[in-house]
Design a protein around this ligand. Structure first.
Ligand SMILES: NC(=O)c1ccc[n+]([C@@H]2O[C@H](COP(=O)([O-])OP(=O)(O)OC[C@H]3O[C@@H](n4cnc5c(N)ncnc54)[C@H](O)[C@@H]3O)[C@@H](O)[C@H]2O)c1
Length: 262
């Protein structure tokens, strides 16, 4: 599990799953490049990590992952600063708005594609050549249970998360020979700001009731916690995970195995 001395890039690192993994990587001795388009959240993230881990090396780069030039810039900054890129947690993503397929706002649909699909693709496109030169790399893309099955009223999200799972399989096939593993994680509902916002959309009058209803359908009868995702991601970013590749790993308390009968 140790990431001592490893240079790790994390996108969407300002809050939620990205921040939880950044803290775990710092704890394991990794050198961080944190990327987010929310500069304030990014600065807060750096502050909280360096307060907890005084020796942590933390570079921050403000970037929108859907902007190709901004992606090239965060990749270059990480390489210039640490000399290499060992791990990449390709995590930034948005949920979009909830609506049936035929009523989905087209502008929002395109934005979800730009961030969740193109952002993940650009990251791999510019980091893989560096990992190929090193003959070493660990990539963890973020899909979702919505990348394994359908989710009511979330066509854009589901389409892009299936795409993440597909790109993960291809990268694993094409670059395994270069010592690069590529996996995806498929979290269920994990308590982050994104999920809190989704419950507000499902039940604007009582988001807590929407949360309780969702938790009742999970075998564990609860939602997941960001640190329960961070521990799996940290393992996949470590040398020890060298023979796991091309997988989309559900982190959902077992819910995606159910036929709705828990
Ligand atoms: N929380 C869950 O239950 C859950 C479940 C399945 C998948 N996911 C996925 O996990 C990832 C992180 O989700 P989260 O719940 O932590 O979300 P979040 O909204 O709590 O945090 C996401 C972070 O990413 C940043 N971000 C968003 N778009 C960006 C962009 N274009 N460029 C740079 N930064 C950007 C945001 O500013 C924010 O700091 C997403 O890809 C999401 O789809 C989350």
């Amino acid at each position: 599990m140790s990431l001592k001395g490893k240079s790790i890039i994390i996108t969407g690192a300002g809050m939620g799953l990205g921040l939880a993994t950044a803290e775990e990587v710092a704890k394991q001795g990794g050198k961080l490049t944190l990327v987010d388009y929310n500069e304030e959240a990014l600065n807060e993230a750096k502050k909280s990590i360096t307060e907890k881990y005084a020796d942590a090396e933390v570079l921050t780069v403000v970037a929108d992952v859907s902007n190709e030039e901004a992606v090239k810039n965060y990749v270059n900054k990480a390489k210039e600063t640490y000399g290499r890129i060992d791990g990449f947690y390709n995590n930034a993503g948005i949920e979009g708005r909830q609506a049936p397929l035929t009523e989905y706002d087209l502008g929002v649909f395109k934005k979800v594609v730009d961030i969740n699909l193109m952002g993940v693709y650009y990251g791999m496109r510019y980091i893989i050549p560096i990992m190929q030169e090193q003959k070493y790399g660990r990539i963890v893309n973020v899909a979702s249970v919505g990348g394994i099955r359908g989710v009511m009223n979330q066509t854009a999200y589901v389409a892009t998360k299936h795409a993440v799972s597909g790109m993960t399989k291809n990268a694993a096939l094409e670059y395994g020979k270069d010592g690069i593993t590529t996996n995806a994680i498929a979290p269920g509902a994990i308590l982050t700001p994104m999920v809190a916002e989704a419950f507000k959309q499902v039940n604007p009058d009582d988001p807590k009731a929407a949360e309780a209803e969702y938790a009742s359908q999970n075998p564990t009868k609860r939602l997941g916690l960001p640190n329960e995702v961070a521990s799996v991601v940290t393992f996949l970013l470590s040398e020890g995970a060298g023979y796991v590749s091309g997988q989309t790993i559900a982190i959902d308390g077992g819910q995606s195995n159910s036929y709705g009968n828990v």
